[in-house]
Structure formats: C-alpha cells, structure tokens
Ligand binder design. Structure first.
Ligand code: SME
Length: 175
C-alpha cells in the first residue's frame, strides 16, 4: 500500500533552493542538529530530531526518514516525517536497497526515469527526486539508510551529499 497522490493539509510541495541558499540552510540545520544532540545517545531520539530540523530548514524536503537494517538484507521503516512510507524494503529493491547493498550514497535526479519496484519504490507518487545516504555505526557497520524525497526533479546534488554524509557520520559514526 502506498500514500495517495493527494497531499494532506500538513504536507507542502517542495521548493528548490539556489546552491548558495542550500549551503546556508544546511549550515543552520547542522548547527541546530549538533546543538540539540550534544551528549545524546538514544538512536530514535537522534533520528527523529534530524528529520525535524532538516525538514524545518530545507524547503524541498518532502519525505525524510530512516530505514533501519532489520535483518539480513532487509530494511524496515524507522523515524520519519511525511506521507505513509513503505514498511519494509529488501536490499534487492529500490534506491534504499541499493544504498544499503553498496553502502554508497544514491542521488536520483528523476525517480520516474528508474524502473519502478526494482530500481525505485514509489511510496508516494508525488516523489520526483531522491537522495539516500547509508548510516554506519562506529564499527563501520550499516545500521540504516537516510532517505529524502522531493516533489521536484533535481532537488539533490553533491552539496546535499557532502552535508548529509558528514552530519550522519558525526552523529552515528563516532564513539
Ligand atoms: N523511494 C524509496 C522507498 C522509500 S519511500 O521513498 C519513503 C526507494 O526506492 O527505495
């Protein structure tokens, strides 16, 4: 089952940013994340706070959340903000599965250009571009993937990748 195309009242369509505005927004978001998470150890708390603050500062973040490694080759939805997310994803499927398999960030400029189900799973038909970043623990083991969808094409690029990889490493990858 996936979300309907109709956006509930609390969800807004994406708004892309210029590169300079994107960098400024990430600087503010990461500063807020690190200030609020200083000394915190609870994984759920950290994931929920990251979702909230990134969605607050980045107007093209339509769906944002974590898929947790729930078993060999399997991801299950964790803390997220947005419309109904698919509950489970096999490593063999979708953008999330590829990010988990390869442990490499996936940048998708147009989700409609991908083979549906095998290469892209459309939990929400409004999703149009996407970034998925693997989340590793201090031992370098995959614990989750971080997934962001936009309703616009080309919302994500190397700037998003740079900020998200560094922030997720600092929050989850350090002792
Ligand atoms: N699009 C993802 C599935 C998760 S929904 O976007 C929240 C994928 O293709 O793996």
């Amino acid at each position: 089952m996936s979300a309907s195309a109709e956006m509930p009242y609390f969800i807004k369509p994406s708004l892309n940013l210029s590169e300079a505005d994107k960098r400024e927004a990430y600087e503010q978001a990461v500063q807020a994340i690190e200030a609020n998470l200083e000394g915190e150890e609870d994984t759920t708390l950290k994931m929920a706070t990251i979702n909230c603050l990134l969605k607050t500062y980045l107007p093209y973040y339509y769906w944002v959340g974590f898929y947790l490694k729930s078993g060999p080759g399997r991801l299950s939805v964790g803390p997220y903000q947005g419309t109904l997310g698919c509950l489970h994803i096999d490593f063999s499927k979708g953008v999330c599965g590829k990010a988990a398999r390869e442990q490499k960030t996936q940048l998708v400029s147009d989700t409609h250009a991908l083979e549906q189900e095998s290469e892209h799973i459309a939990c929400d038909p409004n999703s149009r571009s996407e970034i998925v970043v693997p989340v590793l623990n201090p031992a370098g083991e995959l614990i989750a993937v971080f997934d962001v969808d936009s309703t616009l094409e080309n919302s994500f690029n190397e700037v998003d990748q740079q900020y998200l990889e560094l922030m997720l490493h600092r929050v989850f990858g350090l002792e």
